[in-house]
Design a protein around this ligand. Structure first.
Ligand SMILES: [Fe+2]
Length: 193
């Protein structure tokens, strides 16, 4: 058996929404996405749904909305994807440049009256401001009108491929960028099964 070929990375997500107009308003007017193309239900091959391609980069689509004719779509879920026990996406995450960009998002979301249900929080068991969670990034979480949860984050840890531990240079540099001595903590130990 041969080794699997490699990926360049994870790129777009396609999410199902119960109210296309509400979703479009949320992603375009509140989160700043640009629509690349919209295909209404009935125009996407033999599929019953419509497709809206949206971007937050120079690429054609970073996010797709999947929607049905008005009144024919799924019921909105009673709980958001973060708490739902249904299979499917738990959340999707969009990266911003740094902590000040994340703070700008926090201020914008508050101004728009969008609930930040978690964060901004530094997910780290070691960082002096860390919340004790894992993942080594800095994130906040919101929900779209259909209950699909969106994370906005910065400072995702770079990993050392040889030790499977957070890269020590990255960790210490991030401490300094966050206003702490670069020796204030050590990177978390490598995860072991
Ligand atoms: Fe996440």
């Amino acid at each position: 058996m041969s080794a699997p070929p490699s990926f360049m990375g994870l790129q777009h997500a396609a999410i199902k929404v119960h109210d296309f107009e509400a979703a479009k308003d949320f992603y375009v007017n509140k989160l700043g996405f640009t629509i690349s193309e919209i295909y209404p239900p009935g125009t996407v091959g033999d599929f019953p749904f419509g497709l809206c391609f949206m971007r937050c980069t120079a690429l054609h689509h970073d996010l797709n909305l999947i929607f049905w004719p008005e009144g024919e779509g799924p019921e909105p879920p009673k709980v958001r994807s973060f708490e739902s026990m249904q299979t499917g996406l738990h959340h999707i995450a969009f990266q911003v440049e740094d902590r000040s960009a994340l703070e700008a998002w926090e201020a914008h979301l508050k101004e728009e009256g969008i609930e930040i249900f978690w964060g901004p929080s530094i997910h780290s068991p070691k960082h002096p401001e860390g919340d004790g969670f894992w993942g080594e990034n800095h994130a906040l979480y919101i929900s779209d009108p259909s209950g699909n949860c969106v994370e906005i984050f910065c400072d995702m840890a770079i990993m050392d491929p040889y030790t499977n531990r957070v890269n020590e240079f990255w960790f210490r540099d991030r401490l300094a960028r966050d206003g702490h001595p670069s020796t204030a903590a050590d990177p978390p130990v490598a995860w072991k099964p």
